[in-house]
Ligand binder design. Structure first.
Ligand code: PEP
Ligand code: MG
Length: 574
């Protein structure tokens, strides 16, 4: 019988492939006495040889994908595997004490780790303790005959099954082999879900039990449109889903025809549909999908893809590449938004009870002005090469905006004085993602050139519901009148000051929300590149005056999300 797992639809598309469980295996073992010493020594040699072969592949892939510096750690692991003293000690213990290889490996590893960890005046040697731990884990897995998963070792088409995927795990997935993924936890706006859309990988998140219900190697049908997975599907089901995949591909081809068309409503009103990107490499996807702007460049991915703070020049090159790639279309770069679920290994922040409510984004930038000023200089220099705008994340108060803007002005003045070319039309705006800021949008609109509504956070903060927690994902309610009222206030406030409002939260590409947002007067819709063309196609069917009425009714008359959805579906013919 086919097992069906339900989750949250995170990225459109259908995948049919074998499951690849990305879960840490149980490495506990039984201590045993052995008589056949030769056999035991051979088991150890084989496990070391297998580990070596595996590490060679991982190292090669790491050099290819991440560069030689990042791959150096695997070289260190290979050196440990070849260490005669280390493995000599293990063999001696097997021979002298007649214990199994697992026990000897564990004992000797513990001794070495202790020695290294005690070298308190030698940080480099202390770090080697971690390498020994990793190497032993690998050898132990081979001794026990269990798989230590590593995406770099995948060489066939798979659907990844994981408890969770961090944004950096997601970034490393090789699209050639990884056809989809399903996780136990996460919501539609957690960053792994957002990245799956950018990468065009079908994904289902928040299934609760994928890692316990699915076994490695089982056949999976992953339906990222409906948000479910079929485990061990029948032949009929597979062909049914292959047909669905085919229909989806045809639908996409139909949308592709709108690639070079402008985004206009049925009554001829023009709006901007832009793309959200994480790195300059995503500009290609934005252009391939007909983006009219980049409404959000999540600059923190430059920081996350690096093993140390990116230099001013490295950042300058990245921003320049993005603005040049967009050929004069606006690129809104958001300054570093670290914190929450986005961490930097080299910038350790104190552990907090509530990271999403903690020291993050502009709060870090205003404290660590060295990092902030470097980023602003890189942005200002890149502004000369295209149409660049800057926005600050997580602004809660007028004072924060003014403080950030003042630092920007200082860096700008310094560069100009030094004779550096800087564009004179850079717009400086802010993310509107904290309810307190939305409530004083009329005040903020006096200082900010534009607003970009970040509904992923605005919803989590106004509903007090963690965006990555599937247990409260029912409170991710983009159509709730409470949220529509906040959005209306933001848009109206900006228009009253002659400014514009965009939206770069996932809601901007939501097909039920788009008619409402149009009716509320949103000027720019920025979304995962893969949602652009279907939104442009929908826009052509909408009449602005009718959507204004619809939105007004939703904002004033409706009580619940469900009522709003019903209202939209009555009026809009999808
Ligand atoms: C948002 O909060 O809606 C947003 C676009 O930013 P991020 O998802 O990166 O927090
Ligand atoms: Mg946000």
């Amino acid at each position: 019988m086919t097992k069906v797992l339900k989750g949250i639809a995170a990225s459109d598309g259908i995948a049919v492939a074998k499951a690849y469980l990305l879960v840490q295996p149980d490495l506990t073992f039984q201590e045993k006495k052995v008589d056949d010493l030769e056999k035991e020594l051979k088991r150890l040699d084989d496990a070391v040889a297998d580990s070596k072969a595996e590490l060679e592949i991982i190292k090669e892939k790491a050099v290819e994908n991440l560069g030689a510096d990042e791959a150096a750690v695997f070289e260190a692991h290979l050196t440990i595997l070849a260490d005669p003293e280390f493995f000599g000690n293990i063999k001696n213990e097997i021979k002298n004490d007649h214990v199994n290889a697992e026990k000897a490996l564990q004992d000797v590893a513990d001794q070495f780790i202790k020695i290294f960890e005690n070298m308190t005046d030698n940080h480099y040697m202390q770090e080697r303790a971690g390498d020994i731990r990793d190497v032993c884990k690998r050898v132990m897995a081979h001794l026990l005959g269990v798989k230590l998963p590593n995406p770099a070792l995948i060489n066939e088409k798979v659907v990844i099954v994981a408890h969770d995927l961090t944004p950096s795990d997601t970034a490393q997935l090789d699209r050639k082999y990884v056809k989809g993924f399903i996780t136990d936890i996460g919501g539609r706006t957690s960053h792994s879900a957002i990245m799956s859309r950018t990468l065009e990988i079908p994904a289902v998140v928040g299934s609760n039990s994928a890692t316990t219900e699915i076994k490695d190697g089982q056949e999976i049908v992953l339906d990222g449109i409906a948000g479910e997975a079929l485990v061990d599907p029948s032949e009929t089901e597979v062909s049914e889903y292959l047909k669905k995949a085919d229909d989806f591909a045809k639908q996409k081809a139909e949308w592709k025809r709108l690639k070079t068309a402008a985004s206009v409503t049925a009554d001829g009103q023009k709006v901007i549909i832009g793309a959200n990107i994480g790195t300059p490499k995503d500009v290609k996807g934005a252009n391939d999908n007909g983006a009219e702007a980049v409404g959000l460049f999540r600059s923190e991915f430059l920081y996350m893809d690096s093993s140390e703070l990116p230099t001013e020049d490295e950042q300058f090159e990245a921003y320049k590449q993005a603005v040049e790639g967009m050929n004069g279309k606006q690129v809104v770069v958001r300054t570093m938004d670290i914190g929450g679920d986005k961490e930097l290994s080299y910038l350790p922040l104190p552990k907090e009870m509530n990271p999403f409510l903690g020291f993050r984004a502009i709060r870090i930038s205003l404290k660590r002005q060295d990092i902030f000023r470097t980023q602003l200089r890189a942005l200002l220099r890149a502004s000369h090469y295209g149409k660049l705008a800057i926005m600050f994340p997580m602004i809660a108060t007028v004072k924060e905006f003014k403080a950030a803007k003042a630092i920007y002005e200082e860096e700008r003045a310094k560069l100009i004085k030094a004779g550096v070319s800087v564009a004179d039309d850079i717009e400086v705006g802010m993310m509107m993602e904290i309810p307190a800021a939305a409530m004083i949008a009329d005040k903020l609109a006096k200082y900010s050139d534009f607003f970009s509504i970040g509904t992923n956070d605005l919803i989590q903060y106004s509903m007090a519901a963690d965006r990555g927690n599937e247990r409260v994902s029912y409170l991710y309610q983009p159509y709730n009148p409470s949220l529509l009222r906040l959005i209306k206030k933001v848009i109206d406030s900006s228009h009253a000051e002659g400014k514009w409002t965009g939206m770069c939260g996932e809601m901007a590409g939501d097909q039920v929300a788009v008619p409402l947002l149009l009716g509320l007067g949103l000027d720019e819709f920025s979304m995962s590149a893969t949602s652009i063309l279907k939104t442009r196609s929908l826009m052509k069917k909408l009449d602005t005056a009718q959507m204004k009425q619809l939105a007004a009714k939703a904002v004033t008359d409706c009580e619940t999300t469900e009522e709003v959805v019903e209202l939209v579906k009555k009026v809009v013919k999808y």
